[in-house]
Design a protein around this ligand. Structure first.
Ligand SMILES: Cc1cc2nc3c(=O)[nH]c(=O)nc-3n(C[C@H](O)[C@H](O)[C@H](O)COP(=O)(O)O)c2cc1C
Ligand code: SF4
Length: 701
């Protein structure tokens, strides 16, 4: 299909080629550097993951941060390396895969400085002046302070960057990055709090920017005119500092380096603002920080902001904010976003919901997972393509009972395979838990999980939807489908926990509620105590909601923070701020021990010291139990199933094992891929490339 026959003329500008130094990006869709958690340990998994994005139309596809030397070692978090020829070959797989689709491949050369602990290499972390980075964030906490770099260290760093660039060229990369963002070494030189040097690299802004300038220069020399040199830089903190010669230090830095890099890639300073969750930041939230850059350079500028709407993208270009539309999460949630716009199928874009489960994968140390895109990370090892599925291998019909995230995904993928599918739900609306949760503060965007699937299902004539239909085992037997999938979700329990974190007993007395009761419309008499040991988003979101509708609300958790697991999704600081704004009283390291209808007795998790909180309603956000009664009822009808020609009954999603939405969607997808193809349940194991004998790196730099 030719571009002009399909693309909406409003969006045609997104497909203009853009020159970046010596190379040309075929369009404006730019997958900015983002880690995949795959690292050099899984080179084929990684290459296929990136290839799919190039196939989906991203004109530039970059790596995540790639360490240039063992003194930048992020263990135990996953990190990529470019230390030896094995690494070159490993990355070359990605480059070749990206090139196969006519896209450019970029590499982000990275030195973590004081923000890495070098737990594996045991080399002292490097820093401008020995000041540690983020020492109170558990993941970054270490008991070794960084070493202040002397001039010889700076010389070595420049040589590592140059050598990294030479290796990057050998691997075939088209764009080579200098990375001065997010607390990493070159960024630490930019901030006077971390850079207290009195030599040519400290003091004035001209001196603080010197290292970045030199890194660009050595990269350019090593690139030899064959690859573009990009600068990725965080500008949030610098923009907040008045400059001596310009509006802010960010303006000064951009002015000082103006046309030195071939590309400016501009971003925020910390993961919670850079990769901001949709609960707390809208699309394009970076604009107020980076909007000035294009005015100060003639080089192209790429920026990010959870862009999923082509109108927002075009607006950024037309208003002179950006030249290239950067995407990390949008490219994970829908690697085919550019092609869908190009083909005039904007409505088919599977928009990122901004939940940051992808980020949590990195914190978990595993390949990237995505709530919206169950194929993310599975492209090579399970051979799952985001847009293509195997044709149905039989003329079986499938009944899916339950239209929450797993049932919707299962029905959609089965439908795409060509099976005759019936999707039934007892509720009048599909969506399962999302029906209620998307009405809570900040969670509306998560409704895309349901809405996108329903809009795709509406295009399939072989899938029939039956909302408002509660089916029991008898009725299901009468329907005589070949396969039955039970996706009936889970329910919250009134279970309490002991100090040993062992479930003890249900607290089934008046005044005790679960999130399901709130969803069903229960009115909770104030004051309310929310007892959260689920630890993800719901307890915090419910506390915020209840404070808004009735207050006062106390929030009790055995963890050290509210919604403790949201440290993994970048949301924790914002959760605390939201609860403070809502005047929710926090009681961390505490558990509810007793409740008498007027008072909740709370005990400190470590000391057992008791506090009594006024409480008319106790909301327990703790354990979920699977709604698996229907599954067990069916499974017990062995002979009847045979007589009804039902070949299988399978329980998926929360009805099998309650979890986050990402797991439910994956479970539904996996079932649908594997129907009549049991081999699709298996996955291949990847191995690192090790053609070349390992070198020894142990020497102190
Ligand atoms: C899973 C994940 C890993 C990331 N890893 C990196 C990284 O290695 N280097 C980097 O510069 N930025 C990294 N980022 C930040 C993104 O490049 C980007 O700046 C941020 O996600 C905002 O863009 P978005 O709204 O399009 O997601 C990562 C983001 C995600 C979601
Ligand atoms: S996991 Fe969530 S935030 Fe990340 S890409 Fe997928 S939908 Fe977007």
């Amino acid at each position: 299909m030719s571009l002009h026959s399909a693309v909406n003329p409003r969006y045609a500008v997104l497909f203009d080629p853009v020159r970046i130094g010596p190379v040309i990006a075929p369009n404006r869709f730019y997958q900015v550097p983002h880690a995949s958690g795959m690292t050099n340990a899984l080179p084929h998994v990684r290459a296929r993951f990136r290839e799919i994005k190039a196939e989906g139309g991203w004109g530039v596809v970059c790596t995540g941060a790639v360490s240039i030397h063992p003194s930048s070692d992020d263990a135990p978090l996953p990190f990529a390396t470019l230390w030896d020829e094995n690494d070159v070959r490993s990355h070359a797989l990605t480059v070749d895969a990206v090139h196969r689709h006519g896209s450019l491949a970029g590499i982000e050369l990275w030195h973590g400085g004081a923000s890495v602990m070098n737990r594996a290499s045991r080399l002292a972390p490097l820093s401008p002046s020995g000041v540690p980075w983020m020492a109170t964030h558990v993941g970054f906490m270490g008991n070794q302070r960084p070493r202040a770099m002397d001039e010889r260290d700076i010389g070595r760093l420049l040589e590592w960057q140059a050598e990294g660039a030479r290796k990057a060229r050998r691997a075939g990369f088209d764009i080579i990055y200098v990375y001065a963002g997010m607390g990493y070494l070159p960024y630490e030189f930019l901030l006077p709090e971390y850079n207290r040097r009195t030599d040519a690299y400290g003091g004035s802004i001209e001196n603080r920017v010197r290292l970045v300038r030199q890194l660009i220069e050595v990269t350019r020399e090593a690139a030899g005119g064959n690859a573009a040199v990009a600068l990725r830089i965080s500008l949030e903190e610098l923009r907040g500092r008045p400059g001596r010669h310009a509006e802010s230090e960010a303006h000064e830095v951009v002015t000082l380096l103006a046309d030195l890099p071939d590309l400016w890639d501009v971003k925020m300073d910390s993961s919670p603002t850079d990769c901001a969750p949709s609960r707390f930041a809208p699309e394009a939230s970076h604009e107020p920080v980076i909007d000035f850059v294009k005015r100060l350079t003639s080089r192209p500028v790429v920026g990010v902001g959870r862009f999923t709407s082509p109108d927002t993208m075009v607006s950024q270009i037309r208003r002179g904010v950006l030249d290239l539309i950067g995407g990390a999460r949008a490219s994970i949630a829908d690697p085919f976003l550019p092609h869908k716009i190009r083909e005039g199928r904007e409505q088919d874009i599977r928009e990122c919901i901004g939940c940051n489960i992808c980020i949590s994968s990195w914190h978990d140390g595993v390949p990237v997972r995505c709530t919206q895109n169950p194929t993310a990370g599975e492209e090579w090892r399970r051979d799952w393509h985001p847009e293509r599925v195997a044709r149905a291998a039989s003329d079986a019909s499938v009944l899916v009972v339950g239209g929450g995230p797993s049932g919707l995904e299962c029905a959609l993928t089965l439908g795409r395979r060509g099976y005759a599918v019936t999707l039934a739900d007892s509720a009048r609306e599909f969506g399962g838990r999302l029906r209620f949760e998307t009405r809570l503060p900040g969670l509306a965007t998560w409704g895309r999980v349901r809405d996108w699937r329903l809009s795709q299902l509406a295009q399939l004539s072989n899938v029939t939807l039956y909302p408002g239909n509660e089916l029991d085992d008898e009725q299901i037997l009468e329907l005589e489908h070949t396969h039955v999938v039970v996706a009936t979700g889970a329910r919250w329990s009134r279970m309490l926990y002991s100090a040993m974190e062992v479930p003890i007993a249900e607290l089934d007395v008046p005044g005790v509620y679960t999130p399901d009761d709130v969803a069903a419309g229960a009115t909770l008499e104030a004051p309310v105590v929310v007892f959260d040991f689920d630890n993800y988003y719901l307890g915090g979101a419910l506390a915020e909601h209840l404070a808004a509708v009735g207050g006062p609300v106390s929030y009790v958790t055995p963890a050290g923070h509210a919604s403790a697991w949201t440290i993994m999704t970048n949301e924790q600081p914002q959760v605390h701020r939201a609860l403070a704004r809502a005047h929710v009283a926090l009681h961390t390291l505490s558990r509810v021990h007793a409740f008498d209808g007027a008072t909740a007795t709370v005990r400190n998790q470590f000391t057992d010291v008791e506090t009594r909180l006024p409480c008319r309603s106790l909301l327990i956000v703790g354990l979920r139990r699977p709604n698996d009664a229907l599954y067990h009822a069916l499974a017990a009808r062995g002979d009847d199933l045979k007589s009804a020609h039902i070949a299988s009954v399978t329980c998926i999603g929360d009805a099998s094992a309650p979890g986050a939405i990402v797991h439910a969607v994956h479970s539904g997808h996996r079932y649908a891929r594997a129907l009549d193809m049991p081999e699709a349940e298996l996955y291949r194991r990847d191995l690192p490339i090790s053609d070349v004998a390992a070198r020894i790196y142990a020497a102190e730099p």
